[in-house]
Design a protein around this ligand. Sequence first.
Ligand SMILES: [Zn+2]
Length: 178
Amino acid sequence: MNDPEQKNQALARAGSAALKNEVKKESPEWAKERREEYLQGKIKRLSKEITEIYQEYERQTRDDVPHWFRLFALEYKKVEEKEKRLGRLNKELRNLGSGKEAEITEDMIEQARNYDITKLIEVKRNFALCPFHPDRRPSFFVKNNFGYCFACGASADSIGLLMNRDGLSFPEAIKALQ
Ligand SMILES: [Zn+2]
């Protein structure tokens, strides 16, 4: 398995499985209710945002100006992401109480994975000082929110960075990146 992305996903899956058992024991009585409340609020806000983007599109396209089509193309990516997230949140809400839910949800992992890695390390023109070895010149290449060191060979996404650089556990890293 040479693909760093695959390695990371495998790491995340392993961490996720181990974590489920670990945290379920500590789950307080109010946890489900609170998650439900959070999900409902989030779903409501997200639905509103999606509706607004579509409404904006309707309004702008009426003018039939190509410029707006370009703007919409940018917004459309956001809509797709938002709709995907909405799907995950709704799925989790449906599963709440069915025994399928875990403290760390797929949505939380997805959010953490998408956390802007440049907020965690200083990146200039796609390169940063490697967080995994004493690096004098920036060897850590960052692209698509993923870093790879051309010197030491280490790689990480935002989750892996917090785990391997800061020594956080998988659940700690996921929570820190929400
Ligand atoms: Zn390195």
